[in-house]
Every structure is written in C-alpha cells, then in structure tokens.
Design a protein around this ligand. Sequence first.
Ligand code: HEM
Length: 228
Amino acid sequence: MSSTTKTRGILQTSVGKKLVMAITGLALIGFVIAHMLGNLQIFLGPERLNAYAKTLQNLGALLWVARIGLLLIFVTHLRMAMVLTMENRAARPVPYAVNATHKASFASRTMIMSGMIIFLFLVYHILHFTMGVTNTEFAALKTPEGDHDVYKMVIMGFSNPIVSGIYILAQAFLALHISHGFFSVFQTLGWNHPSYDLKVKLVSNGLAVLIFLGNSGIPVSVLAGVIK
Ligand code: HEM
C-alpha cells in the first residue's frame, strides 16, 4: 500500500480526522499567540509597531506563502469540524440523555457556535484592518517615512466603542473555544490521564484567559486613553 493511500485511509477514520483537527487547531493557536505578541508591541509606541508591520510587509512572497498556509490550515480545521459533526449526528440522531455524572462543559458544548463566531469575526477583521474595506480612510494613513501607519489605524479603529465592543466580544468566544480546544488536543493525542487531566484543564483555561486579556487589552487601552 502506498503512503498516500495509507494517509487517505487514516483520514477516513474519525480518529484520523480528530488528529487533523488537533494538529491544525494547535497551529492556529500558535498563530493567535504570535499575532497577539506582535500586536502587543503597540504598548511600546508607534515606531515599534510600525517597524514590526513593515518587517512583515518586507517578507514579500514569503508573507504570501505564510498567508496561504494559514488559510489552508484554517479551511482544513473547519472542514474536519463539519465532517465530524455530520458523522456524529448521523451515528446518533437522538442525543444522549443528560448524564449528571459526566456533564460536558459549556465550552465543549458550544464549540461549533464559538467556531462560527470566530469565523465571522475573522472575515470582519480582515475587511477592517487588512483590506480597509469597512474604513477606506485607513489606506491614506502614512508614517513620516511614507509607510503604512498601522499604529494610527489601530487607534482610529478602536476609538469607535462599537467596533471595540465587537472585538472584545469576539475575544471572549475565542477564549471559550481555545479553553476546550487546547484541552481536547491532549485527549485526541492520548496524553490524558485522570491524575493530570485537571492540570491540563487549568493550563488550557489559563492560556485562554491570557489570550483574552492580551487581545482585548488593546481596544480597552485605546478606549481608556492609555494608548493614543
Ligand atoms: C484585538 C486583537 C487584535 C488586533 C489588535 C489585531 C490587529 C491586526 C492588524 C493591525 C492587522 C493588519 C496588519 C497589517 O495590515 O499590517 C491584522 C491582520 C490579521 N489578523 Fe489580527 N488582530 C487582533 C486579533 C486577531 C485574532 C484573534 C485573529 C485570529 C483569530 C486575527 C487574525 C488576523 C489575520 C488572519 C490577519 C491577516 C494577516 C495578513 O494577511 O497579513 N487577529 N490584525
């Protein structure tokens, strides 16, 4: 049997699909952390954030490779989520009766909903900051050196309390999704054991809280006038 046939075979099993979800999910969490650390440079001043944005732009073709890679990972994660959900529903059209001893957490029961909200947020976020479709005035913001003034764009964007509110709400759903998603990776990979499941849960929740605080700290600080 060729390795391609073997890979296809694994992907036909629900364990294989869960594995793909876990690996793509981890990669997306990695991106979210890296993106947040990059964005937090806003607290170091306009020069720092704009220099960071320029470094990314200067990657040229490599930036496009990263963008396409990220898009493929994102689409694969969504596709596997849809397939697994449909398969689970087909296998069990009548839901389990509520089992008080093993009640699924709120985050785990709402993964599809939080995932869909993150998707909608992402579409809005790219139209807002990357493409400037919602705010055409962003394209004209330039630094004295003639580069795109990302710092000013973020301050202007978050000066609108409704926009900031949307971002903060989306970060709450992202945190909810990650709190269960990160924990699930350990279950899928078989790295679970009753003796340390609680610790893994605490780490997952801690990571989710840090991502929520780091990301929503930016709109909150703009609204509070801490960064301007
Ligand atoms: C409040 C938190 C966030 C801030 C301040 C922020 C800021 C930005 C900015 C300024 C850009 C455009 C960069 C440029 O034009 O040079 C951007 C792009 C992007 N952001 Fe965010 N972001 C936040 C949260 C998120 C989250 C939670 C995700 C993912 C779930 C995300 C995913 C992306 C993606 C995929 C791009 C497009 C990257 C590219 O094509 O270059 N962002 N973000």
